[in-house]
Design a binder for this molecule. Structure first.
Ligand SMILES: [Zn+2]
Length: 336
């Protein structure tokens, strides 16, 4: 590929952030292509999934992502699903597609596409822990979602946040039950993080989170003891009052009235303190699944693509990030 590559001939980004590579492949969107890659289950990456299924597109993703997708959306389409392990190659027309590991929520993949003419294109999807679990792709053209694209979006405490969360949960458990609110996929990540840091209280989960955890365990995650909150054991544990209940963020409003319970909400949009108290028994912890601004820059700097494409549909302050990279790192950057 020469330096003056014609990006529009290679890719376009559609109205909902789908990355379209000719007629063969769209990544994290729906379009008129043979196949679709789903990098992970978050809703901004699964827009139009039912349309893709109705149009009988092949759906490529890691085995965990595809199983979670079927579970959450309630579909069975084994003939359309193409599970792909990290590092495995999938042939599609003139393309080879490879998924690489990203630390975000379980199952998340980056996508590396190699054209038969030698051109390489990579998409990072959502990630954190650059070079520490998240592989750094080195394609000629790199596509990135600058979720925290402004220089002020920096969390100095990111490195310690897992320990801070576990310590807070342990302390709150000495007073009574703890409820944790997080988005899909993050619940299982947090269960894993707490177990690794010595939290041994049983976890209680609603039906969907319980089923998702069973799938995650089948794919190698270690989550310790957890119970369905409506099972006999679950009800007894709840009566005893020493447990962590993990649920989807949207449940917060209806559950926060129980005053014996401590409530912990996880959010990435906190930059000044690792956590803060909202009221007597509620806390907000700055636990993010995304790189902050510094780590976004680090990824691009270490990847050194010939061209960087900032996917504006899924970026916050994409324009600021694109001009920062162009001027400070001297990399040709496009905002699409
Ligand atoms: Zn995500």
């Amino acid at each position: 590929m020469s330096d003056d590559i014609a990006v529009p001939e290679l890719l376009r980004i559609n109205d909902h952030g789908g990355i379209v590579l000719g007629g063969s492949l769209v990544i994290d969107g729906h379009d008129d292509t043979q196949a679709r890659v789903v990098t992970h289950i978050h809703s901004d990456h699964t827009v139009g999934l039912m349309n893709s299924l109705r149009c009988r597109r092949r759906i490529i993703g890691t085995p965990l992502t595809l199983e979670w997708l079927s579970l959450i959306n309630g579909f069975t389409a084994p003939s359309l699903l193409n599970p792909l392990e990290y590092g495995q190659r999938f042939r599609l027309g003139e393309l080879n597609v490879v998924l690489e590991k990203a630390i975000h929520i379980p199952g998340t993949a980056q996508v590396l596409v190699e054209h038969d003419d030698g051109t390489t294109i990579g998409y990072t999807s959502d990630f954190k822990k650059v070079g520490r679990g998240t592989e750094i792709l080195q394609p000629e053209m790199l596509i990135i979602d600058a979720v925290y694209g402004h220089p002020s979006y920096v969390r100095e405490f990111d490195e310690f946040i897992e320990t801070i969360l576990a310590d807070l949960v342990s302390e709150l458990l000495s007073r009574g039950p703890v409820h944790i609110y997080a988005y899909y996929g993050k619940v299982q990540e947090v269960m894993h993080v707490l177990r690794e840091r010595g939290v041994i209280a049983p976890f209680l989960l609603n039906h969907k989170q319980y089923a998702m955890s069973k799938v995650a365990e089948r794919h190698g995650m270690r989550l310790g003891e957890y119970f369905h909150s409506s099972s006999q054991e679950g009800v007894e544990i709840m009566r005893d009052g020493w447990y962590v209940y993990l649920t989807h963020s949207t449940s917060y409003a209806k559950l926060q009235r129980n005053t014996k319970v401590s409530h912990v909400t996880l959010s990435g949009w906190e930059f000044s303190h690792p956590y803060r108290r909202i009221n007597d028994n509620s806390y907000l912890v700055a636990f993010s699944d995304h790189s902050d601004f510094k780590e976004l820059v680090e990824y691009v700097e270490r990847s050194r693509p010939k061209v960087l494409v900032v996917n504006n549909a899924r970026s916050s302050q994409g324009r600021v990030f694109a001009s920062y990279v162009a001027s400070r790192l001297n990399i040709r950057t496009l905002l699409l």
